[in-house]
Design a protein. Sequence first.
Lengths: 289, 272
Amino acid sequence: MLSPNIIMASEVEATKPYDNVRPVEQKLSSFETLWGISALRKGLLILVLAVIWQVYASYLDNPLLFPTLSDTILTLIDRFADGTLPARIWTTLQILFMGYVVGTLLAALLTVLAINTRIGTDFLETMTAMFNPLPAISLLPLALIWFGLGASSLVFVLVHSVLWAVALNTHSGFLGVSRTLRMVGANYGLTGISYVLRILVPAAFPSILTGLKIGWAFAWRTLIAAELVFGVSSGQGGLGWFIFENRNLLDIPAVFAGLLTVIIIGLIVENLVFQTIERHTIQKWGMKE
Amino acid sequence: MMQATVARAEPIVPAPEKAPLLSVDRVTLRYKTPNLLITATEDVSFDVRQSDRFVLLGPSGCGKSTLLKAVGGYMTPSSGSIHINGRQVKCPGPDRMMVFQEFDQLMPWKTVLENVMFPLLVARKMPKAEAEALAREYIDKVKLTRAIDAYPHTLSGGMKQRVAIARGMAMQPDILLMDEPFAALDALTRRQMQDELLQLWEDTKFTVIFVTHSIAEAIKISNRILLLSPHPGRVKAEVVDVDKVSHEDGSAAALERDIHNLLFSHETGHKE
């Protein structure tokens, strides 16, 4: 016989497309699941480093040059208990928050102008080209003359450190939004600010978030560096001033406690704040694997 | 037996008994590349009536996608005019919903349901509950109820295109513009999607312009086919009553052969 013939594999049930998912998916072992958590892996690394610090410092036995981890932590707890460190952290964070928010808002304004008008694009491109390579801290001497010793000088420098990084990344993110999505937005009759907010901002969110992260890192470094130069108001400085002050008093464990605080706050913002935002946005949306 | 007829370019416009939904009148489209001015289509005219499944068919370079974008309002003709319901097309609008070939036409930050609801909320200013009910109805029509809360990146290509079709249809536009919506799908999914599209049409009798470069797809889907020749795109012929062919008696295969000869014959005389 020459006509084609279909031989059925009888034991395979003809299933509906989604009925057979369960046996196909299998759970990973609990070790694989735990090892998959990056926070756990990183925590383990920190633990190893802490042990090395403690052992080496004990071996060195010179608290003036390199105090042990336990001394540092005791000082840290001490300074937290007497209220010095929380006050310093609060001062620093207040200034940081102000500078960060103002910088981000200005960046938003600039990029919205840039995406809607050609002269706005030119302005943004010229300004970022000029000011992005200029370290914000180098403006501090000038800021001190203009605004005096005080919070406003620090905010000025912070705005400068945040603004260009955020604006640059947001703008390049907007330009990278796919043509199809832009056409979809136009199809719905979206124009102007609602087009920016409903299409461009979410579509460019990975770049915007990168900009915000870089801006945060710049701002944090700049602020601590700037505070090393002066306390905000007489006797009530931020974290940088705390480090500088204790160095002058040769209280080296307190210097280390201050540095540790700077690192911990940096870690918290990077790993808790930004990663939480990332998990709930671009990871959930599949824009970052 | 009814037979699909291939008409030459001249007798396309038989005095229509009622005004067409969309009329494209002697449209020439040109666009600029950095150093060239390219004529995509020249002097193209056609009418689309209510509930037509109108296919623009031609080899690459015949300007069929450009033509569809002009109907969508994304580009302005350098001469000629496009009218929909008597109004001239000037800019994109929700009365002409586009379905694109690219999978990234869905908003990755919205779930399937939110994607379908979004144009209802922003373009038709519908109350939320009403939009949700309508969106659910159309998602059900494209058989995606199971994936209604999924984000687009978890869907397969075929499912993404189904969402895009549901999104377009839920808006109940005057006309649905589909730009090679199945071209990026694998062959099996593609056949399935064509069948589903026809079922949807039986359901709601929507009007659609469909761009494709597959003759078989054009015959399967359409009731009218406009054949375009390339460089620049000109109307070569129009095929009417395409839905009268059947696969049983071989008339579909015959029509496919005719169209093939028409598109690839370079002499102006009649084929065969």
